[in-house]
Design a binder for this molecule. Sequence first.
Ligand code: 1CP
Length: 354
Amino acid sequence: MTTLIQNDRFLRALRREPLDRTPVWFMRQAGRYLPEYRATRAKAGDFMSLCRNPELCAEVAMQPLERYDLDAAILFSDILTVPDAMGLGLSFAEGEGPRFADPIRDPRQIDKLPVPDPNVELRYVMDAVSTIKRALDSRMPLIGFAGSPWTLATYMIEGGSSKDFARAKALMYDAPDAMEALLAKLSAATSLYLQAQIEHGADAVMIFDTWGGALTPEAYVQFSLEPMAKIVAHLKRVAPTVPVVLFSKGGGQHLELMTETGCDGLGLDWTTDIGKARARVGAQVALQGNLDPSILYASPKRIRMEVAKVLQSYGNGSGHVFNMGHGITPGVNPEHAAAMVAAVHELSPAYHAA
Ligand code: 1CP
C-alpha cells in the first residue's frame, strides 16, 4: 500500500504536472559542510560505520531537512556500497577518498565477481531506506540512488578516485569485451539494488554517472549510456510509476540519447544552459539542476542573482527540479545554502502562475 506524501512537489515536477513553485533539494545535502553531520560521523567512528548504522543514516538524512525547507530527502549511503558487496573491500581513511583493498587488476577477476543479493549483502542499505522512510513520516519523498556502471567500474579498476582513469580506459580500449562483461554485471547488480530500494520505500531513484563526461561520445554510448539504459528498462518493468533520474556529469551533449532510455528526468551540471536543454528535451523529460556549486562561496546577494538566472532560463511551467550542477562542497557556509533555498522559494512562484 502506498501512503500519500504530504509534500509531493518533487514527484509532480518529475511528472511535469502543475505546481505552485519549483521544488528544491541538493546533491550531498547531508554531508561534511554541516557541523551536525561531522558530529554524527565522529559518533559512528568512520564513514562506512555510519553507512552501516541505519539509525545514524536516518539522523544525517534528516539534518538538512531540519535546517532548510526542502522538497525531497535522499538516502544516506554511497555509490561504492555495490562494489564493496561484490567483495572489493571498501574503506575511507580520514581525510582521504575511497580505497578498495582488492581492485580489479586482471580481467579474469571479472567473471568471478558475484552479483550481490541486495537483501543480504546490502541489507544495511535497505534498513537505512526503511528507517529514513519512518523518520520522514510521509512528509516528503525519499530519493534512492546508485552509481552508474561506468562510474563504479572506474573506482573498481583504479582502486579509488582518479584524475585520468588510466587503468580503466586502458582496459576499455584494449579489452572492450572484458569491460562490457564488468558493466553487464554492474547493470544487473544495480538493477536489483535500485529495485530493492524501491521495495523498501524509495519514491524515486537517481543514477549518478559522475564520470560519464570523461568518455568520447562514441565510448559514452557504449560504456556509460547502454548499461544505464538496461537499468532504466528493468526499473520500468518492475516499478513503472517510480521516476528515474539520470545524471551524467559532463553529459550535456547527450541529453537526447539519455532521454531515449525512457527515464523521467535528467540531472544537468552547470556547463549546460538549462533553457537550451529544455528546448531540446523538455517535452519528454523533467530537468534537475543546475546552479554552479561554487556560487555558494559568493555572497547571499550574488547567490540569489544566480538562482534567479537558472529559474529564468528554465522559464514558465512545471518540469524543473531546482538543484546544483553537482554536490555541495565541504567548505560552504550552511547559511549560504539557506540563501539558495530561500531564493528558490521567493522567486519561483512567478514561473508557475496560472
Ligand atoms: O568524509 C565523509 O564524511 C565522507 C564524505 C562522503 C559523503 C557525505 C562520501 C565519501 N559519500 C558521502 C555520501 C554520498 N555519496 C551521498 C549521500 C546523499 C547526499 O547526497 O546527501 C551520495 C548521493 C553519494 C554519491 C557518490 N559517492 C558519488 C556520486 C555523486 C557525486 O558526488 O559525484 C560518488 C562519485 C561517490 C564516491 C565518493 N564517496 C565519498 C567520496 C569522498 C567519494 C569520491 C569522490 C571522488 O572520487 O571525487
